[in-house]
Design a binder for this molecule. Structure first.
Ligand SMILES: [Zn+2]
Length: 437
């Protein structure tokens, strides 16, 4: 156990930049740092601390030092849905709170136990497991990108893409979301969940997609994925572009029959899948377009794990990208912000989504290569590029998994902007580079 001192400062602008553009700006002088968006955390042993303080001073950083010292082995990063880690462990001290991402001071024995448990609601990471792409001692939990507010450097919108993007409509999105939220619950193995499957399947059929159900077992009961396809016109083998969300909801304060409107989590993503399917219903797709509403997400990603397991190696290799939406309707940031969460394998997706955000939306952007706790993970685990697109991370929707995750709390302006970004990304991925799979 090594006692370390710890300080937090506002990240200098040079650090608020895409990873590729991130320079070696560091005040750590050989110690370690963790970036949480616009905050930087430095920690180091007593001999290292003088160097840290001096370099910080030279770099003009205002360090806010935490009094005393703590054992470095106690420092962990938590990735949580809503505030479900904090609700379950209120006594664990939170050093940095950015909503989805926390820096905590936790008993290492408890941390190891929680890491092993593979909880569906949160992930506890030792610092070595954070940012697998880091080469030095400076690790990034997530980055806040310093986008040009006037979008002066963004490329001009493409007319074909704009036509589809401009179809994204609050009227239809809100009405679809209201229909899903009106069910008493969408608990994965309930009869109400089957009704939700009927609702989304009926809509997807009406747009001309070919639908199917994939049954999934959850502890002796059954749930289902609803899959909708539209084959591309290009020569085989074609890419597959997937747009996904989880259709199920849960109430952790009650039982399987308690009210679980799940408006943000994940009615917003489910109605979002329908809205994108509507906007792309007549897209001139060279490649194959697939929409999936997963079941069993809240019980532990059952639907997405089952789907990925059902793919042969050649089917897996055809999946070009998976755009997952899980909670796109709560404003956690001063300006509408989307968080893009993937892994190194998703880098070209992250770049293309960021490009779509700047060309077709006014969204601010956060990115992370620390992926956890949603349906993008089973794809990433099999080497398939996937990105979770989710409301920004500075705060968090504390009402998910309760009866209070309701329609009146949804920020439609944010949700529609995320849908515009995703529609643009998918339209481009379906129609460009026809020979490249
Ligand atoms: Zn969710």
């Amino acid at each position: 156990m090594a006692p370390v001192r710890l300080a937090i400062c506002v990240a200098p602008p040079s650090r608020i930049a895409p990873r590729s553009a991130r320079s070696a700006t560091t005040a750590s002088g050989g110690a370690s740092s963790l970036q949480f968006g616009d905050q930087l955390v430095y920690f180091g042993t007593e001999p290292e601390w003088a160097i840290i303080a001096r370099s910080a001073d030279t770099a003009g950083l205002q360090l806010r030092e935490r009094p005393g010292s703590l054992e470095s082995e106690r420092l962990h990063v938590v990735i949580q849905k809503g505030r479900l880690f904090q609700r379950e462990h209120p006594s664990v001290s939170v050093l940095v709170d950015k909503g989805r991402y926390l820096l905590v001071d936790i008993d290492p024995v408890l941390a190891r136990r929680l890491a092993k448990r593979k909880d569906p609601c949160f992930t506890v990471l030792a610092l070595e497991a954070v940012d697998p792409t880091a080469r030095g001692k400076d690790r990034v939990v997530f980055t806040s990108h310093d986008l040009d507010p006037d979008r002066a450097t963004a490329r001009a919108p493409h007319p074909m893409v704009s036509m589809h993007v401009d179809r994204i409509s609050r009227t239809t999105f809100e009405s679809d979301l209201a229909e899903l939220v009106a069910l008493p619950t969408r608990f994965s193995t309930s009869a109400h969940y089957q009704k939700a499957c009927d609702i989304v399947e009926r809509k997807l059929v009406s747009f001309g997609y070919a639908t199917s159900r994939q049954m999934i077992g959850i502890g002796g009961s059954q749930s289902a994925n609803v899959v909708a396809r539209r084959a591309g016109t290009g020569p085989a083998p074609r890419r597959e572009v997937l747009v996904t969300a989880h259709l199920d909801s849960i109430n952790l304060e009650g039982s399987a029959t308690s009210p679980a409107p799940g408006a943000d989590d994940d009615g917003s993503g489910s109605a979002g899948v329908i809205e994108i399917a509507r906007a792309l219903r007549d897209v001139a797709n060279v490649h194959d377009l697939v929409f999936i509403h997963f079941g069993g997400e809240e019980q532990g990603l059952f639907g997405s794990k089952h789907f990925v397991r059902s793919l042969s190696a050649s089917q897996r290799s055809r999946v070009h990208s998976v755009v997952n939406m899980d909670m796109i309707g709560t404003l956690n940031t001063p300006v509408p912000t989307v968080l893009l969460e993937g892994r190194a394998i998703s880098q070209s997706m992250l770049d293309s989504l960021a490009d779509a955000a700047s060309r077709y939306t006014g969204l601010a952007l956060e990115t992370s290569v620390n992926a956890a706790n949603s349906d993008h993970v089973p794809f990433l685990d099999k080497g398939i590029p996937a990105v979770l697109t989710i409301e920004g991370a500075d705060s968090s929707n504390d009402e998910i998994h309760t009866s209070r995750d309701t329609l009146d709390r949804i920020n439609f302006a944010l949700a529609l902007e995320i849908l515009r970004m995703n529609t643009a990304f998918v339209a481009e991925a379906l129609t460009t580079n026809p020979t490249e799979v």
